[in-house]
Design a protein around this ligand. Structure first.
Ligand code: J2J
Length: 536
C-alpha cells in the first residue's frame, strides 16, 4: 500500500495515549461488561432471553467449540446470519479466538460470496438453513465445492451440509487473546467492479466507535435498542447498535425483518427506547402509523435515521408527529460517523447530518485537486481519524484510489460544513446507487447485464424513487426487442446476484449518447428515462 504508514504509526501512538484505543479486545470487553452487568438482560430474540453473564459463558463455550474444531487465531470466517442471538454469540466467540468474522449480508447470494471467498479465503462458513424463503444450504454446497479454503460449514439449525451451530461447544479454555490492534472483523463495502472491498476494523477502533456513538445517543443502562436493519451492517452493529448498547449495559431486542408487523409489537412489549433505520423504512413506518392508531410506540425516545438522504419534509414530519427525538446519522463502514446531537435545535436536526463523533476525526472538504474548498462550500469529504480505516483488505490498487498518500479516506460524498460546524451532505461524487440504504456499484451490475446473450452493451443509471430514495434503471443495447425486466431478473437470479442489485427498470436504446470525452453520457440517459413517454 502506498498510503503513508508513517502517518498511521504516529497517529496510533496518539490514539493510544489519549485513550481512544483501550488495550482490550472485543472479547475482553464483553467479559468486563458481563462482570459489571451480570444478571441484567442483554439480548432478546422472540421468547429467548440472555443475561450478560449467560451471554458471556455461552460465548466461552462456543469459542472453545470453534477452537477444538480447528479454527485458529487469524483465520477468516464467513458469517452470514440474520438478526438472531446466534449472530452475536458467533461474532464474540470468534473475537475471543482472534479469528475474523467476515460479515456477509443475508441478502447476498452466490455471486457476491464467490468474490469474497476468493479474496479472503475463509476457513469456515456459518449460515442459516433457510431465511425469508431462501435455502442457503444449496448455495453453500456450490461454494464449498469451489473454494477449498472452507474446511468447516456450520448452519444455524439442523442441515445435511454441516454441523448445527447450536451443538458446538466445549469446556472453557484459556485462549491466547489477539492484540487489541489486530483486525477484529471484516465489514463489506458498497461493492466495486465485481471485486468486493473488505473493511478491516480493529478491536480497539471498533470499541471506540461503539462507545463514542453510544455517548452521542446518551445511551444508558436503561436503554433498550431495537435492531431492525441487518446487523451485519455497521449502523445497527456499532453506531451505537449492538456493541454500543452492550458497552453501557443496555438491552438489545432483535427484530428479524424491517416490517411494522414485527417491529411495532416488539417496541411495545419490550419498551424499546431507541432504534436506527434508513429513510425508506421510516417512510413506510410513518405511512402505517397514519392509520394504525392501536400501536403504542410511546417508549421510543430516539429515532436514528441514516444510510441515505433523509428528505427535509419527512424529517420535519418525524419531529412533529413522532413523540421522540430524531437523530440524523451520516456514517460509513469505513469509519467516520457524524450525527446530530439530541439537544440540537430542530432546524439543525432536520437539515444537517451533524458532527463527527470524535474530536480526533480530521474531516476535510476538498476540490478535485485535493485542495481545501472555501469554508461553507461543497466539495468531497475526506477523513482520517481513530476509527477510520487506512486501507481496504488485500486491495493495493483500490487503496491507491481510495486513500490520499497521507492517509485520508476519500468518501466520494459531496458535503459542506455549515457555520455551526455541522456536516451537510449534498450528493455524491462517486458513481453509486443508494437504493434504500443498500449501495450498488453500476459497473458491477453492468458486467452482469453484459453477460446476457441478448445484451450487447449496458449502462446502469440512478433514478429518483418516492419510496426507495433511489432506484436503478438499466439501459440496454440489444437486438431482442422483446427482452423484459422479468427475463433480466431471472438471469440475475441464475447468476446468483443479490436481489437488491437487480435493475428496477429497463430501457432499450440503439446507440449511446456520448460525452465530449467519448464516455456514455449517463446524465442524458437519465433525462431520457425521466422524459414523458410518447404514445406511439
Ligand atoms: C446521505 N448519504 C448517506 C446520510 C450514509 C451509520 C449510518 C450509515 C452507514 C452507511 C453506516 C448517509 N445521508 N445520512 O455505516 O454506521 C451514504 C454515503 C456514505 C455511504 C456509506 C453507519 N449516511 N450515506 O450507510 O458503508 O454515501 O454505511 O459514504 O453502507 O452511505 O455507506 P455504508
Amino acid at each position: 500500500m502506498r498510503v503513508s504508514t508513517e502517518w498511521y504509526e504516529q497517529a496510533a501512538i496518539t490514539y493510544e495515549q489519549r485513550g481512544y484505543w483501550e488495550p482490550l479486545t472485543l472479547g475482553q470487553q464483553l467479559r468486563k461488561w458481563a462482570e459489571q452487568y451480570q444478571n441484567k438482560e442483554a439480548l432478546v430474540e422472540d421468547e429467548e432471553r440472555l443475561t450478560y453473564s449467560e451471554l458471556d459463558s455461552k460465548v466461552d463455550a462456543l469459542a472453545s467449540g470453534f477452537y477444538h474444531m480447528g479454527i485458529q487465531k487469524g483465520d477468516n470466517v464467513a458469517v452470514q446470519l440474520p438478526n438472531r442471538i446466534s449472530f452475536v454469540l458467533t461474532c464474540f466467540a470468534l473475537f475471543r479466538i482472534g479469528a475474523v468474522p467476515i460479515l456477509v449480508l443475508p441478502a447476498h447470494r452466490e455471486a457476491e460470496l464467490d468474490g469474497i471467498f476468493a479474496l479472503a479465503k475463509p476457513v469456515a462458513y456459518i449460515l442459516p438453513t433457510t431465511f425469508l424463503g431462501f435455502d442457503y444450504t444449496k448455495m453453500a454446497e456450490h461454494l464449498v465445492k469451489k473454494h477449498a479454503s472452507v474446511k468447516f460449514v456450520m448452519t444455524d439449525g439442523d442441515s445435511s451440509i454441516g454441523k448445527n451451530l447450536a451443538e458446538i461447544s466445549g469446556p472453557p479454555i484459556e485462549l491466547e487473546a489477539p492484540s487489541y490492534k489486530d483486525t477484529a472483523l471484516l465489514l463489506l463495502s458498497g461493492g466495486t467492479t465485481g471485486i468486493p472491498k473488505l473493511i478491516p476494523r480493529t478491536h480497539a477502533d471498533y470499541v471506540y466507535n461503539a462507545k463514542a456513538t453510544a455517548a452521542r445517543c446518551q445511551l444508558t443502562e436503561r436503554s433498550v435498542y431495537l435492531a431492525v436493519l441487518p446487523i451485519a451492517h455497521n449502523f445497527p452493529l456499532c453506531c451505537p447498535g449492538i456493541l454500543g448498547t452492550l458497552s453501557v449495559g443496555g438491552k438489545i431486542v432483535l427484530c428479524k425483518t424491517t416490517s411494522c408487523d414485527e417491529a411495532f409489537p416488539l417496541i411495545e412489549k419490550e419498551r424499546v427506547t431507541i432504534t436506527g433505520l434508513v429513510p425508506s423504512i421510516v417512510q413506510v413506518w410513518q405511512e402505517v402509523l397514519e392509520w394504525d392508531t392501536s400501536s403504542d410506540l410511546s417508549s421510543l425516545e430516539v429515532l436514528q435515521v441514516g444510510g441515505s438522504m433523509l428528505d427535509d419534509n419527512l424529517a420535519s414530519r418525524i419531529t412533529r408527529e413522532w413523540k421522540c427525538k430524531l437523530q440524523q446519522v451520516f456514517g460509513m463502514a469505513e469509519g467516520l460517523i457524524c450525527c446530530t446531537s439530541l439537544d440540537d435545535p430542530e432546524s439543525i436536526i432536520t437539515s444537517c447530518q451533524g458532527r463527527p463523533i470524535s474530536e480526533a476525526d480530521e474531516v476535510r472538504i476538498v476540490d478535485e485537486h485535493g485542495n481545501d474548498v472555501a469554508p461553507g462550500e461543497y466539495g468531497e469529504l475526506i477523513v482520517r481519524g481513530p476509527y477510520t480505516i487506512h486501507g481496504y483488505y488485500r486491495a493495493e490498487e483500490q487503496n491507491r484510489e481510495s486513500f490520499t498518500p497521507d492517509g485520508f479516506y476519500r468518501s466520494g460524498d459531496k458535503a459542506r460544513i455549515t457555520t455551526e460546524g455541522n456536516i451537510q451532505i449534498g450528493g455524491r461524487i462517486k458513481e453509486q446507487i443508494n437504493r434504500a440504504g443498500e449501495k450498488i456499484m453500476p459497473a458491477e451490475v453492468e458486467s452482469y447485464l453484459r453477460m446476457h446473450p441478448a445484451v450487447k452493451d449496458a449502462a446502469l443509471i440512478t433514478l429518483p424513487d418516492p419510496v426507495l430514495g433511489e432506484k436503478s434503471c438499466a439501459f440496454l443495447i440489444t437486438d431482442d426487442e422483446t427482452i423484459s425486466l422479468a427475463v433480466i431478473h431471472a438471469f440475475f437470479q441464475e447468476k446468483g446476484v443479490a436481489r437488491y442489485k437487480m435493475p428496477d427498470q429497463i430501457e432499450l436504446i440503439d446507440y449511446w449518447p456520448l460525452t465530449s470525452v467519448g464516455k456514455v453520457n449517463k446524465a442524458k440517459l437519465k433525462e431520457l428515462a425521466l422524459a414523458p413517454k410518447s404514445e406511439t
